[in-house]
Design a protein around this ligand. Sequence first.
Ligand code: SF4
Ligand code: SF3
Length: 552
Amino acid sequence: MGKMFCYQCQETAKNEGCTIQGVCGKTADVANLQDLLMFLCKGISHYTVRLRELGIEIPQINKFITDSLFMTITNANFDKSRFITRVLMAYEMRNAAKEHLLSAGGSLEGITYDGAFWQGDTEAEMAEKALETSVLATEDEDIRSLRELTTYGLKGMAAYAEHAFNLGYEDNSIYGFMQRALVEVTDDSLNVEQLTALVLETGKYGVEVMALLDKANTGSYGHPEITKVNLGVRNNPGILISGHDMKDMEELLKQTEGTGVDVYTHSEMLPANYYPAFKKYSHFVGNYGSAWWNQIVDFESFNGPILFTTNCIVPPRKASTYGDRVYTTGASGFEGFTHIEDRENGQPKDFSALIEHAKKCAPPTEIETGEIVGGFAHNQVIALADKIVDAVKSGAIRKFFVMGGCDGRVKGRNYYTEFAEKLPMDTVILTAGCAKYRYNKLPLGDINGIPRVLDAGQCNDSYSLVKIALALKEAFGLDDLNDLPIVYNIAWYEQKAVIVLLALLSLGVKNTHLGPTLPAFLSPNVVNVLVNKFGIAGINSVDEDMKVMLEA
Ligand code: SF4
Ligand code: SF3
């Protein structure tokens, strides 16, 4: 075994595993501390599952486990000191849960998982234990694969649960499932079949968490509506906000109002432009730059401070000039970036440091002009349903291509640009997530006024695509989602894409193409199960796939 082992994302070294340092920039120290934190969260869950059986819910622990899972998502948090603090907190949480269980008359019998007991406070002890508890500790590759597939789904689920929580929306059954699943992935008595069922159950809760977040976002900020998003800049200093958290977006807009500082979105925050509650702010200018991995270029020319509310952070290059302009908040973190602390006692976060910083900076340098159109979430698309159904019936629209998911920096992802360009004019792309940046600025035109790229929003808004598909199924009087003229050609990168994929599988969506590579954490046997049960496939050349998918 190397100094670390991680294979949770699409960029993993040689599509096998990062063993020395993450391709993402994660150090071995941080990777190991993340493993240890996961190990301890599983240990805590052994107690909370039993407490729940006694009708006891501990909100602080629910929050702790959710935040901890989220912090270990690819490109969310690289800050070693934050993980050390978290590990120490995990001991406290776990010991408190154990005490609580005992005082409630619960039993510890049968709890043999080491994470429920182990405690080592020095860094050296932590590092040693982490190596012992890495994913490779599970020797059987199929069991390991299913355990990790579940765990990565839980990480994505945690991210969405956290955003909903920030808006005051919670569902204890989601926390309950997450913790039960964390226990089940430690259970050596579960076989491949039982773990496959757990994977699908994870997908079912994936649908629920996305529905919860949709309710939270639309209940708080209104339904996204068709919006032209400005790509150019104004002549005031600006703050660039990235990531996925809408509560942070709201508080930043409120606090910057009237200060002379403008606000722009980057990458996955682009869909904030579609919400009625945000559109009313005259200093909310539009979107700057493109997908996350382009930040090393976009942040240089932005000139002002940048706020990360979640992933995806790229460690700045040595020669970069923007490092001292980057702030993190929530689950995100990076040594050297300033971290804005969480809300306390219902008070908003304090973004004053960013605002003062912005005032001293030059306005953003213009890198493009014009606008892009988005806001095609379920409410908006369903309002256009008659028009869409007519277009399908008349043959003006032959097929829909769901091309949502993640973007990434590997060269092979040009595939998605080329695929979008080569799609025939009587096809429409449905998208969500940062994958859209591969084609959302191309002049792809429209069909009877319906744009050929319909952007529903962030990766979590894949839920919108499901709602749209269900509405179309109804409109066409079909029994099966798979009879719709919809093809799924999805790009993945990190673990939110994993929960989106599992959600689609749990809804019975078949024949999804997944690229640019199949996950390294899927063993050949698990791939076979996915192929046989769900018709999952990878991608080939654009021309080959186009032919297959148009005929599907
Ligand atoms: Fe490697 Fe991805 Fe893990 Fe980073 S998150 S260490 S790139 S597998
Ligand atoms: Fe993108 Fe990181 Fe996945 Fe939310 S911002 S989709 S990669």
